[in-house]
Design a protein around this ligand. Structure first.
Ligand code: MEV
Length: 402
């Protein structure tokens, strides 16, 4: 979207799908071909280029979450998901967030971690020191792997090494290669660089390099968002703003100490995160793995977000998680919808995408906690669920009945 466009579209949900599409096409300047890509299914031929043994495709709805402001910019958010209420929930939460200026997000440089497992070292501690002493040579070699990436400012950034003394198969030396992958997700560049380093590492350490693969716990590539909402904005029905804010804070407190609740709480966050990750053709399993590993980084699984009242009449929320997202290469190029989704989002870098995605995760979390802390999740959910049941039984709807 361009700068002076809006994500606030009252009554958007009441329009039939083709009018919604026409509206966002005007807003985002989508060509007729791009509109056709959004509305059309992935063909068998294209699917066959993506994976093996293709015999069909599975389509999912793509909806637009409205009302988002991220770092002062209005954003229309494409979300791909099968679950009712998610797009509506994100849009509602983003509307609440507008009262406090929207979401403020930031992200680390796109530095991925590649792991090399070195076994059978005569002395892993000595090997560790020797390889760190050879860092410069190793990093130069790793950077040579991808000249295009290097031209764009990416490449190897650093090395770390740990001895894991007590494993079920004995001691091993683990090397981490930190690699800036710029606007790519980075799996290919990092895995190739790790494989390239292996022979030299074997010479230096006297051991045998075994696994060479990126880590999904991309904790050098974190994205974070925060939001401040005046409590008065949270009032609805018979609930005062203070009631709702206190309820959300209590719901978060529960998730912060109880892994059973934290798993569901984080599921609510990932509903938003995954839907945008999918729409943009990114690897949602990698994102899921990274998020949950990060949620357990202190040895106990906990909430990825925090929600606190600030004592000055506001509710403040924050979310941080690893987001290894690309806007070039991989499925972002092959999947026909992904390019259009990126155009709708108006992002120029992978970091900008990550900043929107973490904001959507925080919004989704707010929507779920607001519902849970007040009228319960089933109230809105069951209305939409009833529609799915009716459709399964043969009914058709010409427009959104909500
Ligand atoms: C359902 O997909 C997600 C929720 O269960 C999240 C939560 O409990 O916070 C509503």
């Amino acid at each position: 979207m361009s700068e002076n466009q809006t994500s606030r579209i009252p009554g958007f949900y009441k329009l039939p799908p083709h009018e919604r599409l026409a509206f966002i096409a005007r807003q985002a300047g989508l060509t007729a071909e791009e509109q056709a890509r959004l509305a059309g299914a992935l063909g068998l031929e294209r699917a066959d280029q993506m994976i093996e043994n293709v015999v069909g495709v599975l389509s999912l709805p793509l909806g637009i979450a409205t009302n988002f402001i991220v770092n002062g910019r209005a954003v229309l958010v494409p979300m791909v998901i099968e679950e009712p209420s998610v797009v509506a929930g994100a849009s509602l939460a983003a509307k609440l967030a507008r009262a406090g200026g929207g979401f403020v997000a930031s992200s680390d440089d796109p530095v991925m971690i590649g792991q090399l497992q070195i076994v059978d070292c005569p002395d892993p501690w000595v090997a560790r020191v020797d390889l760190l002493a050879a860092s410069e040579e190793l990093l130069a070699l790793a950077s040579e792997v991808d000249p295009v990436l290097r031209c764009l400012g990416g490449g190897a950034r650093g090395l770390a090494a740990r001895v894991l003394e007590h494993t079920p198969t004995g001691p091993m030396l683990i090397v981490h290669l930190h690699y800036d992958v710029r606007d790519a997700m980075g799996a290919n560049a990092v895995n190739t660089a790790c494989e390239r380093l292996a022979p030299l590492l074997e010479r230096i350490t006297g051991g045998r390099v075994f696994l060479r693969i990126l880590s999904n716990l991309a904790d050098r590539r974190l994205a974070r968002a925060r939001v401040v909402i005046p409590e008065s904005e949270l009032a609805f029905g018979n609930y005062t703003g203070a009631d709702v804010a206190q309820g959300i804070e209590r719901a978060w407190a529960f998730a912060s100490v109880d892994p059973y609740r934290a798993a569901t709480h984080n599921n609510g966050i990932m509903n938003g995160v995954d839907a945008v990750v999918l729409a943009t053709g990114n690897d949602w399993r990698a994102i899921e793995a990274g998020a949950h590993a990060y949620a357990a980084r202190d040895g106990r699984y906990t909430s990825l977000s925090t929600w606190r009242r600030d004592g000055q009449g506001n509710l403040a929320g924050a979310l941080e998680l690893p987001l290894a997202l690309g806007i070039v290469g991989g499925a972002t190029r092959v999947q026909p919808v992904a390019g259009v989704a990126l155009k709708l989002l108006g992002v120029q870098t992978a970091q900008e995408l990550a900043e929107i995605v973490v904001s959507v995760g925080l919004a989704q979390n707010l929507a779920a906690l607001r519902a849970l802390a007040t009228e319960g999740i089933q109230h809105g959910h069951m209305r939409l669920h009833a529609r799915q049941v009716a459709i399964a039984a043969g009914a058709t709807f010409v427009s959104d009945p909500s």
